[in-house]
Design a protein around this ligand. Structure first.
Ligand code: GAL
Length: 382
């Protein structure tokens, strides 16, 4: 209940936060860039993996934007291997980068490496995923991760018309990687949004798996999600029990769930499937009616906010929300949600939103996607 309170507070406060008003002309930003103290400095960017589509987009946008203001970029992907990520970051410290930007493979595994960054005077920004148990980070740039799950829960509520019907429905949750701090937020956002219907028996979790720990998917892998769903269908749904909806923490897991349902589900209905990230394969499934919704996060905007904060850090200035105002990005400043075990981290949280069949064009409007040659499916522009 406490988290719901925080969520609504965040929602009502959102308007008071950065409302992305006046557009700065490109000449203004060029003038600013000329003064930019970080020009010629090297930024080390450590990302988790290229196997998950979104992280490729993050890499492209971050590199492009940092290089456009004259920074050098050392971008490394850790192949989802926490030890490789420690090596990646250590080599960036050794080469003398002036700033580290990190999306952690394992939230708990970086404390001693980041102690070394701190000793070397290298500022560290947590990108997308919070890093636990370290005082080396001050800033965190992400999306409102609880809201991602809440949007999924709201979608299920509307699609099943839970406030109007007397029917009962069977649902399942598929979570993300427990090493990723975001995964619990996604689960809690979705679960707590649906909790009153679960408590009243309108929604029934047939597997009985109603805690985050019971539904995690190692490495966010499609293969793991497919295998888990096949097992669940065999154990709990092979007797003809209807499955009405599956809330998947992201699109790579939603893909595995969709495949398992296509091959192993004996019912004749189409279970509602929701995911997150706007991955191309999942958008295709949305067009074809196999997936219903994905929570979209504009990582180009995330890179813009990140760049702005990093520029200020490199210029030895203090980031503040008002300085982000000319970015035209819906972002709020939050100092009371993300505690990494040592302190509350100053967080800049962008707004996610739902994409289904009806508003696919809005993805094209972001400039990140384009319609394919048949105007049927979406592709990534670059
Ligand atoms: C999360 C991220 C999601 C999703 C997931 C799997 O940390 O916020 O957008 O991509 O990782 O990579």
């Amino acid at each position: 209940m406490k988290r719901i309170g925080t969520f609504f507070l965040a929602l009502t406060m959102a308007g008071a936060m950065v409302s992305c008003s006046s557009k700065s002309s490109s000449s203004d930003s060029n003038d600013q860039d000329k003064e930019f103290y970080g020009r010629g400095r090297t930024v080390g960017i450590a990302l988790p993996t290229q196997n998950l589509e979104r992280w490729n987009r993050d890499g492209v946008f971050l590199k492009e934007q940092f290089e456009a203001v004259g920074c050098k970029v050392d971008l490394k992907y850790a192949d989802n291997n926490k030890d490789k990520q420690v090596e990646d970051i250590q080599s960036m410290i050794d080469e003398g980068v002036q700033l580290l930007l990190i999306a952690a493979v394992d939230k708990d595994n970086l404390s001693s490496t980041l102690d070394k960054a701190k000793e070397a005077g290298i500022p560290v920004v947590a990108y997308d995923r919070l890093i636990m148990n370290t005082d080396a980070i001050t800033y965190y740039v992400s999306f409102d991760n609880y809201m991602v799950g809440a949007i999924q829960g709201e979608y299920i509520k509307e699609q099943l018309k839970l406030n109007e019907t007397n029917n009962t429905y069977n649902v399942e949750f598929v979570g993300g990687d427990e090493l990723d701090n975001n995964a619990r937020f996604f689960f809690e956002g979705a679960y707590e949004t649906l909790q009153s219907y679960i408590d009243s028996g309108k929604l029934n979790i047939v597997s009985g798996k109603n805690t985050f720990e019971q539904v995690t998917t190692p490495e966010w892998s499609t293969d793991n999600a497919r295998a888990n769903m096949k097992q669940l269908l065999a154990d709990k749904y092979s007797d003809g029990t209807t499955l009405d909806a599956v809330i998947c923490a992201n699109d790579s897991t939603a893909l595995g769930v969709t495949e398992a349902i296509q091959s192993d589900y004996s019912g004749t209905n189409h279970p509602i499937i929701v995911g997150q990230d706007g991955d191309v394969e999942n958008l295709k499934n949305i067009v074809d009616g196999y997936q219903d919704m994905t929570v979209f996060k504009n990582v180009n905007d995330q890179a813009k906010v990140t760049l702005e904060i990093c520029k200020l850090i490199l210029s030895k200035e203090t980031p503040s929300v008002s300085l982000l105002e000319n970015l035209h990005v819906d972002v709020k400043y939050d100092t009371s949600t993300y505690n990494n075990g040592v302190k509350y981290i100053q967080s800049y949280l962008l707004a996610p939103y739902a994409i289904d069949k009806k508003n696919l064009q809005s993805l094209v409007d972001t400039g990140i996607y384009k319609w394919d040659s048949n105007n049927k499916y979406l592709d990534i522009v670059k």
